[in-house]
Design a protein around this ligand. Sequence first.
Ligand code: ADP
Ligand code: 5GP
Length: 413
Amino acid sequence: MIAGPSGAGKTTLARHLVETFPEAVFSVSCTTRPPRGSERDGVDYRFVSDDEFSGLVASSHFLEWAEVHGNRYGTSGEWVRNTLAAGGSVVLDIDVQGALQVKSAVPAAVLVFVLPPDPAELGRRLSGRGTDSGETVSKRLSAAAREVALLGAFDYFMVNDSPGSSRLRIESIYRAERMRMAAQSWPREALPYHAGAGSGLSAWKGKKVVVCSGPTREGMDDVRFISNRSSGLMGLSMVNAFLDAGALVTMISGPCRYDAPPGSVPLIRVETAHEMLAALREAVAVADLLVMAAAVGDYRPKVCTPGKLRRGEGFLLELEPTPDLLVSLDAPCPVLSFSLEYGPDYRERALEKMLKKGSFAVFVNRGDVPGQGMESQTNCGELIFADGSSAQVAGGSKRFIALAIAGLLGERL
Ligand code: ADP
Ligand code: 5GP
């Protein structure tokens, strides 16, 4: 997303990206503003009436929309999702409020804020464009101060001074972001280094997989909660692994730092164990596999006090158990569960839990061994199947471990 005040050079930079990178596609926004200069309908904007725009808002057509300088502008959600799912990079020329709306809906989106070298130059560029009246130019200049106030919420800042160096800056951001692991599938070139890794992955093509991830939160009052140290990274890694394998993935996630990859994954956000159970009931009805990588809290405060509990002398917090999700769910599809265990008899306890929960397989890892479990970037462990067979999963990044687990499961199912 390229944002910044009107006249900063967003359109010029967005067009440059689209002309330079074959997979980059410009998002044609809807607007209620009339066409200006040589603008063409369907190329620069989709020009719509006020009533048409209201209809599109009512039918949830927009990923975001905003009123900018007296007109409404909006981005088509379905088009963005489809383009991302097909491997494209979506380039948005967008106002500052709209960019922040997209960031909260799609946290992996990249925000670039552009400014000319100084306000006088911004004025010259707005007037020099020769498409806006004096009144429009001064309206847009006075909006710039309000827009710059939101700059701190962006990922990148660049000055648009000379055209040549600005093109290099925006290209550098684009190139670096495309190489981020979070933005791509597992590199094909990295697979042959791990003998046998992911050989069963092809079994997942077109299959429906539900991944449940992250911790749960149980409120004490409207401000405080009890939770656990799950970062959500193992769940997100499982989502990526099944996506890489060509599965259709739905993600259910408790509140955590890691979010669904952009585009092709429906994300259902939940907070409590009860909410997670309700979301699971709906999602697993048509699933081919449930991956239960969430760390569901076993207890919740018996009472959640409205408002904020006052600081005092201390008090007793009474807890009650939450439901065992897999037991309550009795999923109609095979289940892969995760078991984090401490102490020497960790394997027996994992097996016992797997049988109680009726899982098809359990991935057991240890909380008392460095480099495994919650809050770690890496993991290793053992995948144990209900028929008693098992496979060791050697250490690596969680993203790689997830690929190995998905491959091993694919060989069995
Ligand atoms: P925005 O999309 O942010 O409103 P534009 O891309 O339409 O801005 O640019 C505003 C005007 O400034 C245009 O006339 C454009 O040709 C010109 N412009 C863009 N980048 C530069 C630059 N680096 N130096 C000088 N003029 C520029
Ligand atoms: P202009 O009328 O100069 O083409 O655009 C005015 C402003 O609207 C610019 O800041 C531009 O980035 C922004 N804009 C264009 N399309 C969209 C959109 O789909 N959503 C939002 N929120 N802003 C947009």
